[in-house]
Design a protein around this ligand. Structure first.
Ligand SMILES: [Zn+2]
Length: 486
């Protein structure tokens, strides 16, 4: 799939077309502005149909009329968007659920479903630069899940005894709402959840309104303020005790804990302010309005860094302290790397997971966990085997994306860089990364370039063999470390 047209490229193309028009065929000018279909994806080689072309989503309003666990329920997504080309039709990413009425600017639109693409043809074409509103009514199916053979395992809707949480990574947001489901595409989101009075509803951002909606039902409205990518969206309904707090830097804290687990998780739950201070020391100010832990009453195998509200399986907070803190710090670090600094393409995932694993391990070593150097030596030993089985850190394929190479194998790249440039320079690189790209999407080339600028030397010759290729380079400062043959 092709990328959306680059603005400069479009101008060049337009200029060329205009020149040709003048010289050859006067009627071709009208052809130039002829509306064409928006692309079905943004051109990510690993997920070619993720995201969509031809328009920019400016704001989502998501309305969920929650009923009961496992029960289908009415939902409406309203998207305010701007056409970035003359559009005859455009796509949304949407999987499963039952589609209802779709309108564009209030007029009924034609729809067609093609796999996970919802193709919408408005009654009239949309000229370039025009703002428009898409409204999609549907019946949500909260039993939808998909599976991956890597660290993700199950994603989509995750049932709880009295409601749901969601696990949208990597491309499961489309099972929750019609979206532009790519990590680089982020949109400010207002979420309205209506549920029975005895339930609590949660989403990203700040609770801006809570009011009676119908007899026995309450509507909760959240505003993300900062834009959210599909894979970092959260929607939780169920019985929760909300525990409010404030970190030393003023960050508002709100944890959501199932009532029967409040006492049992307290010893770890209460450590977030300490974790926030530790990460802030290294990566700069916390990037969002608030933070909280959403403890899920499920057997979910893994946690997820949903923006401003990390989803943690209850098992993560019911075991030993070292593992609990590792999981908590990992998801918290993601708020800076992965959430605030988003990845540009899925092949940049090493930047998100490698950073989270690296800092999780550094914190753990300082707080009773395993020795970092020993862990890195072990990751080094296996690195050629991981390269063979899962690609080099920045060379994943879709099926091996969330394999161990993206975690321990990528933490090793940061360890190698720190050893190469020294701890002080490495700390400056990291702080520059989360500062310069705060709230933006950035990729592997951006990291190499920034690291080179901060270190005042070209680090591409050092980092390229670490990130690409079949063979693991020598570890700086550790000539005795060996790699097992693949
Ligand atoms: Zn992670």
């Amino acid at each position: 799939m092709r990328r959306p047209p680059h603005p400069v490229g479009s101008l060049v193309a337009l200029a060329t077309a205009l020149t040709l028009t003048a010289a050859v065929a006067p009627v071709a000018h009208a052809e130039d502005a002829r509306p064409t279909p928006g692309a079905a994806g943004i051109g990510d080689p690993l997920f070619p149909l993720s995201g969509n072309g031809g328009y920019r989503a400016d704001h989502y309003t998501l309305a969920f009329d929650w009923q009961a666990p496992g029960a289908a329920f009415p939902a409406v997504t309203t998207i305010e968007a701007t056409a970035t080309q003359a559009l005859s039709r455009f796509d949304l990413d949407f999987a499963g659920n039952t589609l209802g009425r779709v309108t564009v600017d209030g007029r009924p639109a034609e729809t067609r479903r093609d796999g996970d693409e919802l193709v919408i043809t408005p009654a009239r074409p949309l000229r370039k630069g025009r703002s428009f509103t898409v409204r999609v009514e549907y019946t949500a199916d909260p039993t939808q899940q998909r599976h991956r053979d890597d660290a993700i395992e199950t994603f989509g809707w995750i049932p709880t005894p009295d409601g749901t949480v969601i696990y949208p990574q990597p491309d499961g947001a489309k099972m929750i709402f019609p979206s532009n489901d790519h990590p680089s595409l982020r949109t400010r989101t207002t979420v309205e959840i209506t549920a029975a009075d005895d339930l609590t509803a949660l989403s990203n951002g700040t609770l801006v309104d809570k009011r009676p909606a119908a007899p026995g039902r309450t509507r909760w409205t959240y505003d993300s303020r900062q834009p959210v990518a599909g894979q970092l969206f959260q929607l939780a309904v169920g019985k929760y005790t909300l525990i409010d707090g404030e970190a030393a830097d003023g960050t508002r804290l709100r944890d959501a804990i199932p009532p029967d687990l409040v006492d049992r998780v307290e010893q770890y739950r209460s450590l977030t302010p300490r974790h926030l201070a530790w990460v802030t020391d290294r990566l700069g100010p916390y990037p969002f309005d608030g933070y909280g832990l959403l403890v899920a009453h499920t057997d979910l195998g893994v946690a997820l860094e949903t923006q401003g509200l990390s989803l943690l399986p209850k098992a993560d907070l019911l075991g030993d302290k070292v593992n609990a803190e590792r999981n908590m710090v990992h998801e918290l670090v993601h708020q800076w790397t992965g959430d605030s600094v988003a990845i540009e393409r899925w092949s940049d995932l090493w930047l998100s997971e490698g950073h989270a694993r690296y800092y999780e391990r550094v914190y753990s070593e300082e707080n009773g966990g395993a020795n970092l150097e020993a862990l890195m030596r072990e990751a080094y030993r296996q690195h050629d085997i991981w390269r063979r089985d899962a690609g080099a850190p920045a060379e994943p394929t879709e099926p091996n994306l969330f394999k161990r190479m993206r975690y321990d194998g990528s933490a090793l790249v940061f360890y190698a860089l720190r050893t190469e440039v020294g701890a002080d320079t490495f700390a400056r690189i990291e702080r520059a990364w989360t500062t310069r790209f705060r709230g933006r999407a950035a990729g592997t080339a951006d990291y190499v370039k920034l690291a080179s600028q901060v270190a005042h030397r070209d680090l591409a010759p050092f980092l390229t063999p670490w990130l690409y290729g079949a063979k693991t380079p020598p570890m700086p400062g550790h000539p005795d470390w060996t790699v097992d043959p693949a």
